[in-house]
Each structure stands twice: as structure tokens, then as C-alpha cells.
Design a protein around this ligand. Sequence first.
Ligand SMILES: [Fe+2]
Ligand SMILES: [Fe+2]
Length: 242
Amino acid sequence: MINTEQSPYHIVKECASTRHVFQRYGLSSKNNTPLAKIDKSSFSDYDFFIDLLETYENIDENFVNIFEHYPLPILTDYLKRSHDYYLTVRLPHIEKMIVEQIKQHEEPHPILVVLKEFFKMYRADLEEHFKEEEESVFPLANHLFKLQENPLEQNSLHWIAKNKKGALDFIENHKNETSDLKEINSAFLGYNVQDKSFTGHELILKEFNDFQKDLKIHASIEDFVFGKKVHELLHTYQSRLN
Ligand SMILES: [Fe+2]
Ligand SMILES: [Fe+2]
């Protein structure tokens, strides 16, 4: 069990996949300070941060119901930090690995060239997905939270009444979008196994696979915790939104 007496260095040493959690919160995995002594502003909530580390340690999206009791702003903060981390660190890292692998061969395996193109499209799709989430769903969550804090908040009530449809449509379609990405990934992993001449690229596919697991936890928190909370709050204020 991870606890606040442990330092980022100790936690990452025990479980390497938690490094990605520290990175998105701007904490060095070489930091030797116990979590309890690190300024709370670094990660908004100690308990949430510990639960997040545990989830990445077990890398299992089925654990996401432990996040149910956290308020929407803490969840939004994690989701936004993850978007930024994926786009600025994780995806560029995988892209760089593909480009370097291509450079190493005079005649690169055709699948590498396809992988590079596929990755470009994959990244553009994700970028679009994150943008839409940040521009429609996160503001809806933010206004619902304001309304929860102050039921007389008229600005939020008007904003929600005017914009909720677009955000709700996006939440509704969310599950299908991530499963498309999973299918593309399976096709590539299948090709890797079948073609024996396709060697030396295991690290790229491992990185990609790890990233997909991370994204799956992210999407599960969106679907089963964040989206559920948004629906519940909308239901609470339903009569005032018509
Ligand atoms: Fe997201
Ligand atoms: Fe999403």
C-alpha cells in the first residue's frame, strides 16, 4: 500500500508505472521528500493522489469507483493534466521512437512507415477529442459544481441550460470513440506477432501498449465517475433548467 510517508523516489522505485502520475503533476521521480511534506498545491488532494498512484500501480481501470466521492474540480484537474501530459510528453516520445527506428534502417520495414502515418492520425484524433472535452464537458462540470456550491448562481444556471446538449452528446458517444482506438491497436499488435521479419520494434509497441492502458484508466474515470457525476447533478437541477 502506498502512503504519504513515502517519497516519489521510493514509490517509483517500487512501481515504475507510477512515474507517469508524478510527471503529469510536475513532481520529479528523483524527489526524496515524503509526500506528506510536499506542498498540497502540487496535486490538489493527498487522498486523491494516493488513490491515483494505487490505480496506476495496479494499472486496472476496474478500480475507478474509488474516485466516486471526489468533487468534480479534483477530477477535472487530473483529466486536464493527463491531456497535457499525453500531448506534450507521452505521444511525442513514442513518435520519436518510431522516427529513430526508421532512421536506423536503410530500407525500413513497411509497417514502420505505416505506423508513423497511423500515429500522426491517432494523435490528431486524440487532440481533437481532448479539445472538445475541454471546451464543452469540463465547463459543464465546472458550472454544475458552482451551482452545487451556490444554488442561486444564475450565470451557471443559464450557461448549463444553453450548452448542456452538446456536452451530453459528447459524453454519450465517449465509450464508442475509445473502443475504435483499441481495435486499431489490436490490429497492429496482431501484425507484430504474425510477421517474423518485423523485429526490434517491441519497445515501441510496449510503450504504445502502456500508453493505451493509461488512456483506458483515464477514459474509465471519465465514463464511470466524471460522466456519472455530471448526469446526477443535472438530474438534481433538472426542474430549474427547463
Ligand atoms: Fe480526457
Ligand atoms: Fe475522453
